[in-house]
Design a protein around this ligand. Structure first.
Ligand SMILES: Cc1ncc(COP(=O)(O)O)c(C=O)c1O
Length: 376
């Protein structure tokens, strides 16, 4: 929690549940990334948090943007981004959205299949295209697995075909999975990309760009490697495989950029037990899975909690949201402990919740309002 957020919560005590996000921290994270990977251009993954104050601050800093939909492209343009600084990074796009992006001046598009490549060729003629390949997601706490990307031999053929279709075969992308805790994941993926560069050069296609995707982690409950460790591993692998002929490098950080800039403030609605002697207390908060904490699915992302009683005696808890749906149970197996003194009415803060929370919040499931947002 940044001092600015702590002060805001103390002075304003905004109604819960709400996200309070410190936009200065986003700027610091952008600068830390640029320092760790000075040769890479940053394309902020808008999906992590598309709030206008974030997009405006990043535009001012010279950031580019990775958009998942035409709506995100519009949000970037409204924040002052140039269309040339926007990559349409979703490999699954409606024809109408491709056309609208092309008309808005967006020139860079991702694909991972022939059908998508043909859609781009027809509706965004001459666009720069990059093919997303499948890579291992081991080490990622929020893996993206097989949904996006294609095998190397297919990527090779599609990049040749891209040139034949009048498109600009620009480069290759991958995503090692979100909240990636292993630097080796990038090293393995870069080795695969380098093989493709060589194959395609032999086929007469000179690629110019590697898109290293997102994945850079945030500290939740457990320690993670620092951003400099990722920078060192990535640059080591790039020079090992490309030598002096380094291609342009793009990164698409989402979580790293905004995660630790935000705190969700919530209220304890009930503390109860399922049996008189049950050691485990159930702590029900006024935010749960449908209020935006979708990444607690499978207890994948383990947020850290702060309470007014920290430091006192604690005990085991199951933590749940407020709705009448049993999947709205956040943590049952991850050995969470909270202070014994915790009681209904207490405010509880969920740390590093600036990424992938606000946009996951349901509009009115069980009648609860979507998460309130304060950008400071
Ligand atoms: C294409 C693409 N780029 C970047 C990101 C951002 O990833 P992260 O938040 O792990 O940095 C995602 C996340 O889903 C993505 O799908």
């Amino acid at each position: 929690m940044t001092p600015k957020i702590a002060e805001y919560l103390r002075d304003h005590a905004p109604a819960t549940p709400c996200l309070v996000l410190d936009v200065d921290r986003v700027e610091q994270n952008y600068r830390r990334l640029k320092a760790a990977l000075p040769l890479a251009r940053v394309y902020y993954a808008v999906k992590a948090n598309p709030a206008a104050p974030i997009l405006q601050r990043l535009t001012g800093l010279g950031s580019s943007f990775d958009a998942a939909s035409f709506e995100e492209i519009e949000a970037c343009l409204a924040a002052g981004a140039q269309p040339g600084a926007i990559s349409y990074g979703n490999t699954v796009k409606k024809v109408s959205a491709i056309r609208a992006a092309h008309e808005a001046g967006v020139t860079m598009f991702a694909f991972d299949s022939e059908a998508e490549l043909l859609k781009i060729a027809r509706n965004a003629p001459g666009a720069r295209v990059y093919c997303r390949i499948l890579v291992k997601n081991e080490g990622a706490e929020w893996p993206l697995s097989r949904k996006f990307g294609c095998e190397l031999d297919m990527a090779r053929d599609l990049m040749v075909q891209a040139g034949e279709l009048g498109l600009d075969p620009y480069g290759i992308s991958f995503h090692v999975g979100s909240q990636q805790t292993s630097t080796a994941a990038y090293e393995g993926a870069i080795a695969r990309v380098a093989m493709l560069f060589t194959d395609l050069k032999e086929a007469g296609v000179k690629l110019r760009m590697v898109n290293l995707g997102g994945g850079y982690p945030v500290r939740y409950r457990a320690e993670v490697p620092g951003i400099d460790d990722f920078g060192t591993a990535i640059m080591g692998a790039m020079t090992q495989h490309f030598g002096n002929d380094l291609p342009e490098m793009l990164i698409e950080p989402g979580r790293f950029m905004v995660g630790d800039a935000g705190v969700v403030s919530s209220e304890v609605v009930l503390v109860s037990r399922k049996g008189k002697d049950d050691p485990v207390r159930w702590v029900y908060l006024d935010i749960g899975r449908f209020g935006g904490l979708a990444e607690t699915e499978g207890e994948a992302i383990k947020y850290a909690f702060r309470t007014p009683h920290d430091g006192g005696a604690d005990g085991p808890v199951t933590i749940a949201g407020p709705t009448c749906d049993s999947t709205d149970t956040l943590y049952e197996k991850s050995n969470y402990r909270l202070p014994m003194a915790l009681d209904c009415g207490d405010r509880v803060e969920l740390l590093s919740t600036g990424a992938y929370v606000t946009t996951y919040a349901a509009q009115g499931f069980n009648g609860f309002r979507p998460l309130a947002e304060h950008y400071i």
